[in-house]
Write a protein that binds this ligand. Structure first.
Ligand SMILES: [Zn+2]
Length: 276
């Protein structure tokens, strides 16, 4: 299983093109796209055409808009559905409203009131260390402002968002996602959002010493974990996820987080202050 990481220009979301090991009868390989962040579509399409891949689905680790912005474009281009956990599916149609930001107004939503000047802790990821930094409007407002600013730098506004035409949710604590020749194990990992999901890719051939890859979304980062102060987040659920889901991953898995550098489960279990 090959994983190509494309970094989005908005919020630095890691978008992954996961390529099947199996070569189809027509000599082409299937792939899925995970977390199509804003501005990733052209780069993803380049990977797809350069390698002559057949996209079978777009997946999201959760419904925050920095992980779904380009999903509609890619789903339409390839004629494939967006797969997301049932508990985050409601976010896909209204990703700004579900983080406390409206898009219908003529002023406020895309306001340029200076609040966008974040301290670098902005983003919908973050390692939870937001205490003491909140402004009066709360964390959702500061994230929204940072997101609006990042979109503006990219040349977009929240009103440009389009929901994917075909959303096919999955459900349960563990789900096997099969998209053509690509199989992923979806592990429900709530806390950052209700339906946050880890996608585990296990190699068919385990004779080498790699155990595979886990795409950890905004649940687990190198040295940090996802923030739990936005609407729909839950600190207790996150603690349960870190203990019962992340804590039970194969330590040999390579971790590609939703933002930032790649790591391994073993390294995080050994050194991440939010684990163990
Ligand atoms: Zn997020």
């Amino acid at each position: 299983m090959d994983v190509h990481v494309v970094v989005a220009p908005v919020f630095g979301t890691n978008c992954c093109v996961v390529v099947a090991d199996t070569v189809g009868a027509d000599g082409r390989r299937d792939c899925v796209v995970v977390d199509a962040g804003a501005g990733t579509a052209a780069q993803v399409d380049r990977v797809v055409s350069d390698q002559d891949l057949v996209p079978r689905a777009v997946l999201a680790t959760h419904g925050h808009v920095d992980h779904t912005w380009d999903a509609a474009e890619l789903c339409a281009r390839y004629g494939v559905p967006l797969r997301i956990h049932r508990l985050d599916a409601y976010r896909v149609g209204d990703p700004f409203g579900t983080i406390g930001l409206g898009t219908g107004g003529t002023d406020g939503a895309a306001g340029t009131d200076g609040a966008a000047g974040t301290d670098g802790a902005g983003g919908t990821d973050g390692a939870g260390g937001t205490d003491g930094q909140r402004d009066d409007a709360g964390p959702a407002a500061s994230v929204s402002a940072a997101l609006v600013q990042s979109l503006a730098d990219y040349g977009a506004t929240p009103r440009d968002f389009r929901p994917p035409p075909d959303v096919v949710p999955f459900d349960g604590a563990v789900a096997a996602i099969e998209a053509g020749d690509v199989t992923l194990r979806a592990l429900h990992a709530p806390g950052h959002t209700e339906g946050s999901t880890l996608y585990v890719l296990e190699p068919v051939d385990r004779t080498d010493d790699t155990a595979g890859v886990v795409l950890s979304g905004d649940v687990l980062f190198a040295g940090g974990v996802g923030r739990t102060d936005l609407p729909g987040a839950d600190v207790d659920a996150m603690l349960g996820t870190l203990r019962d889901v992340v804590g039970r991953l194969d330590p040999g898995l390579v971790v590609v987080p939703g933002h930032g550098p790649t790591t391994t489960v073993r390294r995080e279990l050994d050194t991440n202050p939010f684990l163990g």
